[in-house]
Write a protein that binds this ligand. Structure first.
Ligand SMILES: Nc1nc2c(ncn2[C@@H]2O[C@H](COP(=O)(O)OP(=O)(O)OP(=O)(O)O)[C@@H](O)[C@H]2O)c(=O)[nH]1
Ligand SMILES: [Zn+2]
Length: 353
C-alpha cells in the first residue's frame, strides 16, 4: 500500500474530472466529455492538434454515421465545428429540428482503445456518451492519466461493497425495520438495504432489488410503475414479517436522472423508452446488477425469493452467486400514462407482465 492513488482511485478521479469539464489523458490522447466542455477548453484542446469525436454505435446509427469500430464511431471534426455542433452530435434533443448534421466522416483503421475507455468513463459519470479526443505526444501537467486497457478493465470490475452504518428505522409498512448503508470502493454512489424483521440466512429470503426512480418513488410519477412497486414490495415484506429490499442508486436504468429526463423529452417526441435510450447513445439498460448480488452476499444472504418481473435480474443474480429459489411477480395497476411503457418493457425487454 502506498499513498499514491490506486487504479480504482485514479479512475474515480477521472470520472469527477469529466463531470467538471476537465480533460483527462487516456493513453496518448486528451479526452473530454462534450456535455461539460467549455468553449475555452475546447479552443485550448484544438490548439494541441486535430481533434475527433467518439460516439457509441447507437448514436452513430441515428446520425447515419458509419461504424468501423464495432461499438463506437470516431467522427472527424470539420474545421468550422464549434461547441454547438459538438453538442448537437452528443445530444439528440434537437435531432428532429435539425436532422442533417453531416455528412459525417467516420475515421477508419488504427486503434480505438482510448475512445472506448473514454466513452465507458463518461457513461460511468452519467454523462452523455460523446467525447472529444485529441491525440497528443505530450500533455499538460496536472491532468489525470490512465491507460486505456486497465481503465476499461477497472470500469468493468465489480465494486466491493462495505457496510458503513445501520440503524433501526420503523416504517409504515413494517415497524421492525432496519436501514443499512453500503459504500462501494470505486467512489460511485452508495446503496441502501432495508431489512425487515430478522430474516434467517439459512433459507431463501423474500427480496427485492429496486432501482432508484426519483420521479416514481418520491414524486409519485404516473409514467412508470416504480413507486407502486416499491410500496407493494415493502407491504408484502411487512405482512410476511421479514424480507430485504435493496434500494440501488441506479436511477434511470443506470443512466442517471439528467439523462432520464433527456429520455423523457424524447418520449414526448414519440420515441419509446428503449428507442429514447438508444438515441441518447446508451444501451436500453446500463445497470450493473452485480451490485445487488454483492450487497446480498455481504449481508449473508445466499438465496432469495425475488420480487420482480424482469428475468434479467433473476439471471444476473444466479450468475453472481445468489440462488433464486422463486420468482415472485410484482404486478401493479396500469394507468393511461404508464400502459405504453409497460407494454414496451414486455415486448422489448422481456418483462413478464
Ligand atoms: N432510462 C429510463 N429509465 C427509466 C424509464 N422509466 C423508468 N426508468 C428507470 O427504470 C428503473 C426501473 O427499475 P426496476 O423497477 O427496479 O426494474 P425493472 O427492470 O423494471 O424490473 P422489475 O421492476 O423488478 O420487474 C428505475 O431505475 C427507473 O428510474 C425510462 O423511460 N427511461
Ligand atoms: Zn420509475
Amino acid at each position: 500500500m502506498t499513498l499514491i492513488p490506486t487504479l480504482t482511485e485514479t479512475v474515480s478521479r477521472a470520472r469527477t474530472d469529466l463531470r467538471m469539464g476537465l480533460p483527462v489523458v487516456i493513453g496518448a490522447a486528451l479526452v473530454a466529455a462534450v456535455e461539460t466542455l467549455s468553449p475555452d477548453r475546447l479552443a485550448l484542446m484544438r490548439m494541441l492538434g486535430p481533434a475527433h469525436l467518439a460516439i457509441t454505435s447507437w448514436r452513430a446509427e441515428t446520425l447515419k454515421a458509419r461504424v468501423y469500430d464495432n461499438d463506437l464511431s470516431r467522427i472527424e471534426l470539420p474545421p468550422e465545428a464549434d461547441l454547438r455542433w459538438l453538442r448537437s452530435i452528443a445530444d439528440p434533443a434537437g435531432d428532429l429540428m435539425t436532422p442533417m448534421k453531416g455528412p459525417l466522416k467516420s475515421l477508419r483503421g488504427g486503434d480505438a482503445a482510448a475512445e472506448r475507455a473514454a466513452i465507458a468513463l463518461a457513461k460511468s459519470a452519467q454523462l452523455l456518451p460523446a467525447v472529444l479526443v485529441v491525440p497528443v505526444e505530450s500533455s499538460p501537467e496536472g491532468l489525470t492519466r490512465l491507460s486505456p486497457g486497465p481503465a476499461l478493465e477497472q470500469l468493468a470490475t465489480e465494486a466491493a461493497m462495505a457496510p458503513v452504518a445501520a440503524a433501526r428505522l420503523p416504517l409504515l409498512s413494517a415497524e421492525n425495520s432496519k436501514l443499512h448503508i453500503f459504500r462501494p470502493n470505486d467512489g460511485a454512489s452508495e446503496h441502501y438495504a432495508v431489512e425487515i424483521g430478522q430474516p434467517s440466512r439459512d433459507k431463501p429470503v423474500l427480496a427485492r432489488l429496486h432501482s432508484a426512480c426519483f420521479t416514481g418513488d418520491v414524486l409519485g410519477s404516473l409514467k412508470c410503475d416504480c413507486g407502486p412497486q416499491l410500496h407493494a414490495a415493502l407491504g408484502a415484506m411487512g405482512t410476511a414479517g421479514e424480507g430485504v429490499l435493496l434500494y440501488l442508486n441506479q436511477e434511470g436504468r443506470g443512466i442517471g436522472l439528467a439523462n432520464k429526463m433527456r429520455a423523457y423529452a424524447l418520449q414526448n417526441q414519440g420515441f419509446d423508452t428503449v428507442e429514447a435510450n438508444h438515441r441518447l447513445g446508451f444501451e436500453d439498460d446500463e445497470r450493473d446488477f452485480r451490485i445487488g448480488a454483492g450487497i446480498l452476499r455481504e449481508m449473508g444472504f445466499g438465496s432469495v425469493r425475488l420480487m420482480t418481473n424482469n428475468p434479467r435480474k433473476v439471471a444476473m443474480l444466479e450468475g453472481h452467486g445468489i440462488a433464486v429459489a422463486e420468482r415472485v411477480p410484482l404486478i401493479t395497476p396500469r394507468n393511461r400514462h404508464n400502459t405504453n411503457y409497460l407494454d414496451i418493457k414486455a415486448q422489448k425487454s422481456g418483462h413478464l407482465l
